[in-house]
Design a protein around this ligand. Structure first.
Ligand SMILES: Cc1cc2nc3c(=O)[nH]c(=O)nc-3n(C[C@H](O)[C@H](O)[C@H](O)COP(=O)(O)OP(=O)(O)OC[C@H]3O[C@@H](n4cnc5c(N)ncnc54)[C@H](O)[C@@H]3O)c2cc1C
Length: 431
């Protein structure tokens, strides 16, 4: 199960018309809907299951610039500003704290990778710096790990997934957005060669523009329209502890563990060196595009062949507006937590910082992430489908950048003269 989010009351009205429909009630779609509503643009957001029921409630809550692709750094810098403004904008504390993020390196080659990244962002004005083993000890005391060194970005931080999406949804509704859950969008309707609405399981809504922010479902939705979005799923596993002292407020990532302090006083922990990779038909169809990244990260993947493949094969790849769609057949993607990976996380974290040896586990969960071949999202108008914009493929690090990504998506939907950021790195045609 996903961690419970702060509950929100969605709408029971079903509108027949609006200006923009947003498909997907994750943090990206919600932020876009909030931005549009703040600008006075009528917007309806439709979620097939629960608001933030998939990635946006399950993530670890890291808000990081460290180790981002150089061309993705401006989006993370813009997001920092937007996270800092959230209390005023939303009227709620969503747990954003710039307590810093540190990665510790076990080997000289891991350290060289950090050094290489730091050199690549030298002109971006970040506060990241390399750390010696002694500096790691003084920033996060009590460690037993043998580190080659580390990298630290004091202005990185965290926010609470259980609070952020619901607070954004509430603010969007206050500004006039209509948000419906349990309402899957099956496909689009067209007139004169342009999008003219969405066909949902409850009927049609006419609109001028559609934003698809469907997370790992966007590939299937677009595939049905003859558009290919290359994403493959990877499963990340997480653990929540009971409130505890812990060694630091800084979020720390090692090669095979990570931890970060939570607003409720506990920690969110993960095995950073292992993600589940259930084999699916899509691996055959587009797996070769991932070969470069596979070569460098082979040790990370726990490949499995089983239930996920059959579940996936049972879901249609082509359907019409009158058919029950895959989105109704699987309301919430809920992969099982992997006890082996979680046990490794607990063992590794206690070995690195013994303060975690006696932690109490209160909850475990898993979430499926939508990974693109270059680990950057697609935020782009789809030229083949006039009136459709997509914002998906956030590749396991879209919570931190969602404030800027959602705003950029809203800018593209409305063809804003000066979008928040240069959207060039996020174009679909780069694949
Ligand atoms: C375990 C885990 C740990 C992570 N840790 C971090 C982290 O520390 N920091 C970070 O920055 N990122 C992290 N991420 C990634 C981050 O959570 C995602 O990148 C981000 O939440 C993506 O948001 P989204 O709105 O695009 O997608 P989602 O949250 O997946 O939302 C998409 C929504 O669209 C809905 N939908 C899809 N199709 C339809 C349809 N046809 N009709 C109606 N609704 C539809 C889905 O039901 C879903 O709710 C992590 C992810 C996971 C799973």
């Amino acid at each position: 199960m996903a961690p419970a989010i702060n509950p929100i009351q969605t709408s029971s009205d079903f509108p027949s018309t609006t200006t923009v429909v947003v498909i997907g009630g994750g943090i990206v779609g919600l932020t876009a809907a909030l931005t549009l509503a703040e600008r006075g643009i009528p917007v309806v957001l439709l979620e097939k299951g629960r608001i933030a029921g998939e990635q946006s409630s399950r993530n670890l809550g890291w808000v990081r610039k460290t180790s981002r692709a150089v061309r993705d750094v401006p989006m993370s810098v813009a997001s920092d500003r937007l996270w800092a403004d959230m209390p005023a904008r939303l009227g709620a504390d969503v747990g954003y704290r710039q307590a810093g993020i540190m990665f510790v390196a076990k080997t000289e080659s891991e350290m060289a990778a950090h050094e290489g990244w730091l050199g690549s962002v030298a002109d971006q004005g970040l506060d990241s710096r390399l750390l010696s083993p002694g500096e790691i000890d003084s920033l996060v005391p009590g460690g037993r790990g043998t580190w080659a060194g580390g990298i630290f970005t004091p202005s990185d931080g965290r926010a609470e997934p259980a609070l952020a999406s619901s607070a954004i949804a509430r603010a969007a509704m206050r500004h006039g957005a209509l948000i419906l859950d349990n309402c899957a969008v099956r496909t689009l309707s067209f007139s004169a060669g342009k999008v003219s609405g969405v066909v949902t399981e409850k009927g049609e809504i006419r609109c001028d523009q559609v934003l698809l922010a469907g997370g790992l479902w966007s590939r299937r939705f677009l595939g049905n329209l003859g558009v290919e979005l290359p994403t493959l799923p990877l499963i990340c596993h997480a653990i929540r502890t009971a409130p505890m002292e812990g060694p630091t407020d800084i979020a720390v990532g090692g090669p095979d563990f990570s931890f970060r302090k939570r607003l409720d006083g506990g920690f969110t922990i993960a095995q950073r060196g292992a993600v589940g990779a259930p084999l699916l038909l899509d691996h055959l169809l587009i797996g070769t595009r991932y070969l470069p990244v596979l070569r460098s990260q082979r040790g990370l993947l726990r490949i499995s062949l089983g239930k996920a493949l059959w579940q996936d094969l049972m879901l249609a790849r082509r359907w019409k507006g009158g058919d029950v769609s895959p989105f109704e057949k699987m309301r919430v993607m809920d992969p099982p937590a992997d006890a082996t990976i979680n046990a490794e996380a607990l063992r590794n974290i206690a070995a690195a910082w013994p303060a975690f040896a006696n932690l109490v586990v209160e909850e475990v969960w898993a979430g499926s992430m939508d990974i693109t071949p270059d680990s950057l999202p697609v935020i782009d108008a789809i030229t083949k489908v006039p009136g459709l914009t997509v914002a998906s493929g956030f590749s396991g690090h879209g919570f931190g950048t969602a404030p800027a990504a959602g705003q950029l998506a809203a800018d593209l939907v409305t063809a804003a003269a000066t979008p928040l950021l240069d959207p060039a790195p996020y174009r679909l045609d780069r694949f």
